[in-house]
Design a protein around this ligand. Structure first.
Ligand code: NAD
Length: 425
């Protein structure tokens, strides 16, 4: 099959372009020099490999694998591997840069990376996926490494694939190297607290923001779009902290109850119902699932997919606070209106960084050869998230910019300063 060069990203509402628009704004505010701007804009390394795999029918199929290291200025690159049919280099480059800013904003010693294999795991057997993962690992054997580049799961991959990666990498090195990858099953050195980490970080960010906005959690209402890993954990933990969760949604629709939804009941229902809320009786189904974003609530948590708050609906948003659990839920064009309306938006690179923070803890534990309790993981990640929120908030005051641009300022400033100390050639 011929390699087709992917078309450049044209859609102006594309979340990846949105990132660059915000990066540019922050760079301008910081007065970043053109030289450093160019260093940070361009990825440090891009690797493309061909992976010939023997399929179950005996035929050989060649897959394309990509790994991009955007930056290793702060430390080894960190970022997921996605298995998806539409993976392409431009996307991986942008996602790798996103990881650089996310790690920098929470002040963990990592650069940014991302990888992908163009394939459709839903149409592949377990054996085919395993061979592909092992082939990809071997092809990237000189790229990956606990001190060089540490992958993790992303779309289409999970703990199972990370276990194969760890095993293949370890075999090639003649020893067990579990710190080469995070998001592993617990028995292979995964960390306690990882499953709930992103939702937990969303909760910490939301509470910190509510304190600044003087919203009492015990009198606040909240709507959460997306009821997967991030959305359901964020809902549960916010409910535990006193908020009334009046609406939740997933791919099956949005469910609204002004008296508050019992989140544990909703989770139990979803878990016993093939993973969806379809037919959930604890709330009324809204006619249009996107209405969840427009409800009269104090806090809105988009935790499903990208690009859901756009110029087409931002006018109708009534929440005082948006905490972005998902990556890229708000398009750059909607930012200006959010700011005009006086809504505080805690951006994705800050609000959902709890996951990468606990991935970092997994790597730390693997290197120590020691396991932390869930209590220690939670306490330390809460502290990192709260400190990061405070730094970004201070930057938003200092530079008189919204939280989103402030987060990019904190991140870019950190990477740029470190680069200036380390120097180039
Ligand atoms: P998930 O697959 O567990 O859950 C996604 C949820 O969104 C599901 O409930 C699904 O039904 C729902 N959904 C999908 N399309 C929808 C739509 N159009 N409208 C409403 N709901 C829809 O995924 P997740 O891990 O919870 O990730 C959610 C978002 O958070 C993604 O943007 C992801 O990139 C981001 N994120 C996740 C993590 C993590 O640790 N899991 C970390 C950082 C960022």
């Amino acid at each position: 099959m011929a390699y087709i060069e992917p078309a450049p990203i044209k859609d102006s509402e594309n979340p990846l372009e949105s990132m660059m628009e915000r990066f540019n704004l922050a760079a301008e505010k910081l007065g970043l020099s053109d030289e450093v701007y160019n260093v940070l804009k361009n990825p440090a390394k891009q690797v493309i490999v061909s992976l010939p795999i023997t399929m179950d029918n005996g035929k050989i199929q060649v897959f394309e694998g990509i790994r991009v290291i955007h930056s290793n200025i702060l430390g080894p690159a960190k970022g997921g591997i996605r298995f998806a049919p539409d993976v392409h280099l431009d996307e991986v480059k942008a996602l790798a840069a996103w990881m650089t800013w996310k790690c920098a904003v929470v002040d963990i010693p990592y650069g940014g990376g991302k990888g992908g294999v163009k394939c459709n795991p839903r149409e592949m057997s377990k054996g085919e996926i395993e061979r592909l993962m092992r082939a990809y690992t071997l092809a990237m054997i000189d790229v990956f490494g606990p001190d060089k580049d540490i992958p993790a799961p992303d779309m289409g991959t999970g703990p199972r694939e990370m276990a194969w990666l760890m095993d293949e990498y370890s075999k090639a090195h003649g020893m067990t190297v579990n710190a080469v990858v995070t998001g592993k099953p617990l028995v292979l050195g995964g960390s306690l607290g990882r499953t709930e980490a992103t939702g937990r970080g969303v909760m910490v960010s939301a509470l910190a923001a509510m304190q600044k906005l003087k919203i009492n959690p015990f009198q606040a209402t909240c709507a959460v779009q997306g009821f997967g890993n991030v959305g359901s954990w964020a809902s549960l933990l916010l409910e535990e902290r006193g908020l009334k969760i009046v609406a939740i949604s997933d791919i099956s629709g949005a469910y609204h109850n002004t008296n508050g939804i019992n989140i544990q009941e909703a989770i139990d229902y979803r878990d016993g119902n093939n993973g969806t809320l379809e037919g959930f009786k604890g709330a009324e189904k809204l006619a249009d699932a996107m209405e969840i974003l427009e409800l009269d609530v104090d806090v809105l948590v988009p935790a499903a997919v990208e690009d859901v708050i756009t110029i087409h609906n931002v006018d109708r948003i009534k929440a005082k606070l948006i905490v972005e659990g998902a990556n890229g839920p708000t398009s750059a064009k909607a930012d200006a209106i959010i700011n005009e309306k006086g809504i505080m938006a805690v951006p994705d690179i800050l609000a959902n960084a709890g996951g990468v923070t606990v991935s970092y803890f997994e790597w730390v534990q693997n290197r120590l050869g020691y396991k932390w309790t869930a209590e220690r993981v939670n306490r330390r990640s809460d502290r990192i998230m709260k400190d990061a929120f405070d730094h970004v908030y201070e930057a938003s005051i200092k530079y008189d910019v919204p939280m989103r641009i402030a987060a990019y300022i904190v991140a870019i400033d950190k990477v740029a300063k470190t680069y200036t100390y380390r120097g180039g050639f």
